[in-house]
Design a protein around this ligand. Structure first.
Ligand SMILES: Nc1nc2c(ncn2[C@@H]2O[C@H](COP(=O)(O)OP(=O)(O)OP(=O)(O)O)[C@@H](O)[C@H]2O)c(=O)[nH]1
Ligand SMILES: [Mg+2]
Length: 430
């Protein structure tokens, strides 16, 4: 089974149901009051982190997730039902990005954590709410708000505390097997490991433990796609400690230089991680050779631990060194900030622009084009009964400060206000 760790999906929140425009009808009553109910909410789409789903494979069959529309309101003040939300289960460690903005939409690190990825639209209000002493029979109702629609890229990162990096065949999987509960495949040929594997390493006290990730081997040129490429580095991009695994018998200094070059070209911040060197396979050389190699590696300024995964030597020291080096998660997070999308609905700022239009009779009409401030969206919601709603809307906009804003920039009695094509006259009442 292929290990899917990156996937694009489309998420479409449901539209809100329309509010109803209705009037009460009863025997012997000529004219009843407005009794249109509200539309229901459109369905919202969430991601939920679950344990035990190792890859995004499961989602492969479905690329588009669309929530339902809220039901429309009806007469006799009956409100439409809300549509059901959709919950998409993804593995713990999934990060969701908005494809268009590149921002992080959701970063799911703990089981059960949920995050909205596409907002369902609010239902429209029925005409009953727009009744007032001066407007007893409102012939308009709101239509539902459109659901949010976007493409989302899901990336799975194994959430490991420590990551093993090294050339193929260096003994990474052997170290994972020797240090943890994991059972990776080990073989005497390169690229045995094809997808990342996690293991849990226990400390001397059972309650302290960390996770260790084994990833496929990296070779020179991996950043240009050689070998298995560098895709897998995503899985160690959040580890707090890196272990460079080097085969003592195969030019470790050159290998480490090459490894660091490849890591740097993938993500320079990887080199700022706490790291140590596991000089492996010391059983294959004389001890003076491994001492000499250790001296040569001093130039990298990293702790060097001599180990043999095969003979299980130096493993306790390695384990202890790892426990000592692990920085706290908080400290780590501070140095690896990601730009996260805010949950708030952002209203674009209000802009007022004056246009002068010459009329047929030679006079000029002053027109104020209004954009932003949330006014266009309001109008959209009455698209179906715009003429009937115009008076209500102009009153609403006045209360929301639009007229004051216009006055401040020099609007005069008799000017025209144009919001998304809806025009009305400006009255300066003060
Ligand atoms: N003599 C000796 N052999 C070792 C030692 N550690 C690993 N090996 C052998 O080296 C070979 C490669 O080991 P793996 O653990 O599969 O290496 P890897 O780094 O995971 O390799 P890839 O998954 O291909 O990147 C296997 O034949 C292991 O048995 C060691 O300490 N001493
Ligand atoms: Mg391996």
């Amino acid at each position: 089974m292929a290990f899917r760790d990156i996937l694009e999906i489309e998420v479409i929140g449901g539209n809100g149901g329309d509010g109803s425009m209705s009037f009460h009808r009863a025997k012997y009553m000529a004219k009843g009051g407005p009794d249109g109910g509200h539309g229901g909410k459109g369905g919202t789409i969430y991601l939920r982190a679950v344990e035990g789903v190792e890859s995004l494979e499961r989602l492969l069959g479905r690329r588009i997730f669309k929530a339902g529309t809220g039901n429309g309101g009806e007469g006799r003040l009956r409100n439409g039902a809300d549509a059901e939300d959709i919950i998409i289960d993804v593995p713990v460690g999934t990060t969701a990005f908005d494809v268009a903005s590149g921002k992080v939409v959701a970063d799911l690190t703990t089981p059960g954590q949920m995050k909205m990825v596409a907002r369902g639209g609010a239902g429209g209000r029925g005409n009953s709410v727009f009744a007032s002493s001066t407007r007893q029979a409102p012939r308009f109702a709101e239509i539902g708000v459109r659901g949010q629609r976007r493409r989302i890229r899901l990336e799975l990162r194994l959430i490991a505390d420590v990551g093993l990096v090294g050339y193929p065949n260096a003994g990474k999987s052997s170290l994972l097997a020797a240090l943890s509960n994991a059972n990776p495949m080990i073989a005497a040929y390169p690229f045995t490991t094809l997808s990342p594997i996690l293991g849990v390493v226990k400390g001397d006290h059972d309650e302290v433990r960390f996770t260790l990730a084994d990833i496929p081997g990296i070779i020179e040129g991996a950043s240009e796609g050689k070998g298995l490429g560098l895709e897998f580095l995503r899985h160690i991009s959040r580890t707090r400690v890196l272990i460079y695994v080097l085969d003592v018998a195969i030019d470790p200094v050159r290998e480490l230089e090459a490894l660091q070059n490849e890591l740097r070209s993938y993500d320079p911040s990887l080199l700022e991680n706490v790291a140590l060197i596991a000089l492996n396979k010391i059983d294959t050389v004389d001890s003076d050779v491994s001492m000499m190699v250790e001296d040569e590696l001093a130039e990298f300024g990293l702790p060097v631990l001599q180990v043999s995964a095969a003979e299980r030597t130096g493993l306790d020291e390695l384990r202890r060194a790892l426990f000592e080096l692990l920085p706290s998660r908080e400290l780590w997070a501070q140095t690896h900030g990601l730009e996260v999308e805010s949950d708030e609905i952002v209203v674009p700022p209000l802009e007022l622009e004056l246009r002068e239009e010459v009329q047929k009779d030679g006079s000029t009409e002053r027109i104020w084009l209004v954009t932003g401030g949330g006014f266009e969206e309001k109008i959209e919601r009455f698209a179906r009964h715009l003429e009937d709603a115009a008076e209500y809307l102009s009153g609403l906009f006045k209360r929301q400060g639009l007229y004051n804003a216009l006055r401040r920039v020099g609007a005069r009695e008799g000017d025209t206000v144009d919001i998304g094509g809806l025009r009305f006259e400006y009255f300066d009442e003060e």
